[in-house]
Design a protein around this ligand. Structure first.
Ligand SMILES: Nc1ncnc2c1ncn2[C@@H]1O[C@H](COP(=O)(O)OP(=O)(O)OP(=O)(O)O)[C@@H](O)[C@H]1O
Length: 247
């Protein structure tokens, strides 16, 4: 079953045509990596999936709801579709545990004991059980991002979107975050859509690679074919040849 389906989707910022005729189907349980040069529309695409940015036309069906229909309540989508941002977006006036427990308490009405136990289990999973009562300001960037991931997982989403989750991090923090994401991808049956510049990660974790340039999808291929074969698209081949030395 498709978790996400774009059909002839167009997106504009004013007069600027940011997403051009996007057609894309992502099945439940797939891990799909979205790559491409800066400004190609990767963040724009991922932000449309949980209704953060509206589309101009076309159909965008996420977990059975059509975001192309103005009447669709985006909160119904966000309950099952989480997002991890480049800049973490933690609640800075709440401690780590409360950051994780807040949405399940308010949105899902999860009982307090169960909520706390799950939050502590998730903190354990991301290697931060000892930071439960720290404030976000007391954490490194990599630790903040791992809290943000735990916070998303606490909602038990069917689908998790990652918008360049490591690009605001110092290099030595990146692997800790990628390791947590790899473990989630391998262990869970969640659908994951990841915008990243980390090609090693894309290669290790992605079932599929989508390559974008100038607001269009130019290549949609299995990870193996994309990295080890020869992409059919010239722009994708150029992109790969530039980054190949960094994988
Ligand atoms: N809020 C906005 N208003 C106007 N133009 C925007 C807005 N957000 C993005 N754009 C433009 O849309 C295009 C695609 O931007 P987007 O952030 O989706 O690219 P990206 O592939 O994610 O880039 P990067 O890898 O640098 O983050 C760019 O030309 C950008 O300038």
């Amino acid at each position: 079953m498709a978790m996400i389906e774009f059909k002839n989707v167009q997106k504009y910022y004013g007069d600027f045509h940011a997403l051009k005729d996007i057609n894309l189907k992502i099945d439940a349980g797939e891990t799909v990596v979205l790559i491409g040069p800066s400004g190609s529309g990767k963040s724009s695409l991922i932000r449309t999936v949980n209704g953060l940015d509206p589309i101009r036309s076309g159909q965008l069906i996420v977990n059975g709801f059509d975001l192309g229909d103005k009447k669709t309540d985006v909160n119904k989508i966000r309950k099952d579709v989480g997002m991890v941002f480049q800049h973490f977006n933690l609640y800075n006036n709440k401690d780590v545990l409360e950051n994780i427990m807040l949405a399940p308490r308010v949105v899902l009405k999860r009982p307090e004991e169960e909520n706390k136990k799950l939050a502590m289990d998730l903190l354990e999973q991301v290697g931060l059980a000892d930071k439960a009562h720290n404030m976000p300001a007391q954490l490194s960037g990599g630790q903040k991002q791992r809290v943000a991931i735990a916070r998303s997982l606490a909602m038990k989403p069917k689908c998790l979107l990652f918008d360049e989750p490591t690009s605001a991090l110092d290099p030595e923090m990146i692997d800790d975050v990628l390791d947590v994401m790899k473990e989630i991808a391998h262990r869970s049956d969640m659908t994951m859509l990841v915008v990243t510049h980390e090609m090693g990660f894309a290669k290790a974790v992605g079932d599929r690679v989508i390559f974008m340039a100038d607001g269009r999808i130019l290549e949609d291929d299995s990870t193996e074919n994309f990295f080890d074969g020869e992409p059919s698209n010239e722009r994708a081949r150029q992109f790969l040849s530039k980054i190949n030395g960094h994988i």
